[in-house]
Design a protein around this ligand. Structure first.
Ligand code: FAD
Length: 286
């Protein structure tokens, strides 16, 4: 069945802790999401050495399975030499797109002792200088502003710096407030940012985890939503049902307000994202 709207969908995965390179569970997740004809699957970049190695393993695995893959690359423990090697590996794998971010450190780690890069725009500049226009580059954007930004203007100036350094588009942090996105797009235009700003969508999997995520990344957890989910805290099915309904409505509002792409933070689970996409009648179900 072909659906009516021509919206690009992408999915984020994180590299699981692997025993014997066992990707079986993730394979089922990918199979289920491939039905929606995604533009790509992106793979996050961890803060520790082993999780960074697992990013490369998962990227390899997806490419072997002919899945269009977009690895994330961060400043964490990233020397110029290491980045050159990683980019060469990605070129060999036929990777065409990257998500380039500063990256979050593990607690009690210290950044850039081992890094040649402090901010994402420096990575973008370096990658562009080294590889010209080989890669499409996405960077991160924050409709509710980055928690470490001095103020909203300096955060937008930073986003502009990343675009001027060569980024082709930005993917947003998740949010549950359509007005935040609409207002952010207006402000981007005021700052001369005209590239696509792709909404990052976090399906609601679990109330407690969402409390933690919102606290750690500085995204607003609207009071009405928190109270609604809190009421049903002990009923996993009710949380899932409410989550699917609320996030479907959020996506509908974003599409009405001009979003042309949706990027889903799947947390390596197919079901909530798949249900939202079915509600939206998006993608091509084979
Ligand atoms: P930057 O753009 O470098 O900005 C970081 C902060 O520094 C901002 O407050 C900015 O305003 C400020 N700043 C930037 N430049 C300057 C300057 N010159 N002077 C002063 N201040 C400045 N984390 C991971 O660890 N792995 C991932 O794979 C990952 N993927 C992500 C994907 C998306 C789509 C998003 C939205 C986030 C992702 N993150 C990931 C989280 C991200 O790494 C964190 O939010 C991080 O704290 C900021 O990353 P950034 O690229 O936005 O940083």
């Amino acid at each position: 069945m072909t659906f009516k709207k021509n919206i690009d969908i992408s999915f984020e995965l994180f590299p699981p802790q692997l025993v014997n390179n066992n990707f079986d569970r993730l394979k089922i997740v990918c199979q289920s999401l491939l039905r929606f004809n995604p533009k790509y699957f992106s793979v996050t970049f961890g803060a520790s050495g082993s999780s960074q190695t697992n990013t490369l393993k998962l990227v390899n695995h997806l490419v072997e399975n002919k899945i269009t893959t977009t690895p994330h690359i961060s400043c964490v423990n990233m020397t110029k030499e290491r980045l050159e090697k990683l980019l060469a590996q990605y070129l060999c794998l036929g990777i065409k797109q990257l998500v380039v971010i500063q990256g979050d450190l593990l607690e009690n780690d210290t950044v850039s002792k081992y890094s040649d890069f402090k901010y994402a725009y420096e990575l973008v500049e370096f990658i562009r200088r080294l590889t010209n226009n080989t890669f499409t580059i996405s960077v991160a954007a924050y409709p509710e502003y980055h928690p470490r930004a001095h103020n909203s203007d300096t955060d937008l100036t930073n986003l502009k710096r990343k675009i001027d350094a060569g980024a082709d588009n930005a993917i947003t942090q998740f949010f549950y407030n359509t007005d935040a996105y609409v207002n952010f797009i207006d402000r981007c235009h005021q700052f001369g940012i005209t590239v696509p700003i792709i909404p990052g969508i976090m399906p609601i999997h679990n109330y407690k985890k969402l409390l933690k995520f919102t606290a750690s990344c500085g995204a607003e957890f609207p009071l009405w939503l928190r109270k609604l989910l809190h009421t049903h805290e002990k009923d996993d099915n009710a949380i899932k049902e409410i989550g699917i309904k609320i996030v479907t409505q959020l996506c509908e509002a974003l599409l009405r307000n001009g979003a042309t792409d949706l990027h889903f933070y799947t947390l390596n689970q197919a079901e909530p994202t798949a249900n939202i996409l079915k509600n939206l009648c998006l993608g091509v179900i084979k």
